[in-house]
Design a protein around this ligand. Sequence first.
Ligand code: HEC
Length: 143
Amino acid sequence: MSLRSKQWLYVMLCISFLAMSFGVYTSTENVDRGFSVMNEDVRAGKRLFQDYNCVSCHQIFGLGGYMGPDLTNCISSEGGPKRAEMWMRNGFGAMPNFELSDQEITELMAFLAYIDKSGTSPPKEYEINSTGTLDIKHYQDDE
Ligand code: HEC
């Protein structure tokens, strides 16, 4: 590649970077990333989630242990908050009963509701074909 085309490429990449940054930071797209429900309970719930090491068995956005289900959208999924609360209050099978107080449950529920609003996980619905390739049904935010 000649020096001239390298310089040209460099300038084009800089311009693309600036255009992209401008687009991202000035976007007025109205997305609720959960800040509407962010409060003291959410922060306390996050600390509890860490203290009890819930992530050793549960994932959030796919990250965490795999003994329990992904909790990202457990509040808006079937069964909703009632189901989530029931599991936390009583435990069952591999889900331990942590003898959580009402206050702790309120805080953990607030944290889970906050996470739920921040996005969808998994972001795609797909099937794994026999050849190992993915058959993407749709992106869940398209609904
Ligand atoms: C030892 C592993 C383990 C730990 C630690 C754990 N869980 Fe669970 N949890 C499970 C399993 C297993 C299930 C139930 C899966 C099933 O049978 O549906 C579950 C279910 C749940 C559910 C119901 C999810 C749904 O919608 O089906 C919630 C909510 C939940 N756990 C929250 C928590 C919270 C909050 C903590 C931390 C305080 C925690 N879990 C710690 C293993 C664990």
